[in-house]
Ligand binder design. Structure first.
Ligand code: PMP
Length: 337
């Protein structure tokens, strides 16, 4: 038995019980390990869905160019699909991202344009503006726009949600997901709530992001916006893929807790996960009083630890940010902090 190309291996990711890191939570906690996708993240699902839908709608034609402002997981998913399907890819990104990320995208033939970080989105040099200009200037080009492209939510409604329902035999009681574009929680959460409206969906947010306050007050509060370190979750605007009606509660996690918990996942469970996975577990522990032994929680581990080797998996990086209190800490002693 074989697959016709690597894109056919996307999805059907394993669900793995967490045995130590969530010991203080009474519920059973299962992690959906999205790192087994070919680009090592859940974003392969929505990247392919956006391309397939754009092809069907005639927005992306043979020989076309895919444009997106990204350096992360979505870029990887788009670049892999573009390599298989024969599209050109141009990504705009900021100079605060690590060089390894650009090189990974270039490995699949993508062109990466590095733009300055410290300019307003409206500035013509910003990575938003450059992506928009390229879309206008390059004939037969299409901008994926992961934030507002609803194919993102659809991929998770059609794949991630049903997989979780089947893997838990309909017993899931809580879905806990980091929220960035909103596609994962909105799609998977909507599917699961249609199956059982009693299922609770908790979104993990970060300090410096607008989501939690907006959900609780309906106010878009600019004072909530400030720089943060946690990657992949939180936003300073409201993407169309965030369906607030699906999300019952947002829990915010600090950069420090997210970074250190990311490492604990590897140390305690042997799972090499990305930064947002640490945020999710830290957020879940903050919410433990709301869970009983009858609950079955599914958390989503979006991406792989290799993307963060120079960051939270690097002790100098942690120390420079004051995340380690002992100067001579080794990875293992983080557990005794
Ligand atoms: N974690 C990581 C590592 C991500 O790259 C993203 C996407 N920004 C998320 C979580 C959030 O997922 P979504 O965009 O579907 O809300």
């Amino acid at each position: 038995m074989w697959y016709n190309n690597i894109l056919e291996t996307i999805g059907n990711t394993p669900l793995v019980k967490l045995n130590k890191i969530t010991k203080e939570v009474k519920a059973t906690v299962l992690a959906k390990i999205e790192t087994t996708n070919p680009g090592n993240s859940i974003k392969d699902r929505m990247a392919l869905q956006m391309i397939v839908d754009a092809e069907r709608e005639g927005k992306l034609k043979p020989g076309g160019t895919i444009i997106e402002g990204t350096s992360g997981n979505t870029g990887m998913g788009l670049a892999i699909a573009a390599a298989v399907k024969g599209y050109r890819c141009i990504f705009t990104t900021t100079d605060k991202q690590s060089k390894e990320k650009f090189d990974a995208l270039r490995a699949f033939g993508a062109e990466v344009i590095v733009c300055p970080t410290n300019v307003e989105p409206e500035d013509p040099r910003s990575y938003y503006s450059v992506a928009s200009r390229l879309e206008k200037e390059i004939p037969n080009s299409w901008k994926a726009n992961q934030y507002d492209n609803l194919s993102n939510t659809k991929a998770n409604y059609e794949q991630t949600g049903p997989e979780i329902w089947e893997q838990t035999e309909g017993k899931i009681t809580h879905l806990v997901v980091g929220v960035g574009t909103g596609g994962t929680i909105s799609g998977a959460g909507r599917y699961l709530k249609e199956k059982n409206p009693n299922i609770k969906c908790w979104g993990i947010d970060t300090y410096g992001s607008v989501f939690k306050k907006y959900k609780e007050t309906g106010v878009f509060d600019k004072n909530e916006i400030y720089p943060y370190i946690t990657e992949g979750i939180g936003e300073d605007f409201l993407p169309q893929n965030v369906d607030f009606s699906v999300i019952d509660h947002f829990e915010k996690v600090t950069d420090k807790d997210a970074a250190l918990m990311t490492r604990e996942i590897a140390l305690k469970e042997g799972i090499f996960a990305g930064n947002s996975s640490g945020a999710i577990i830290a957020g879940l522990l903050q919410m433990k009083a709301h869970l009983t032994e009858n609950d079955l929680v599914v958390v989503i581990f979006h991406d792989h630890g290799t993307r963060y080797l120079g960051k939270m998996y690097n002790e100098d990086w942690l120390r420079e940010r004051g995340f380690l209190k002992d100067e001579k800490l080794t990875a293992r002693s983080i557990l005794n902090k």
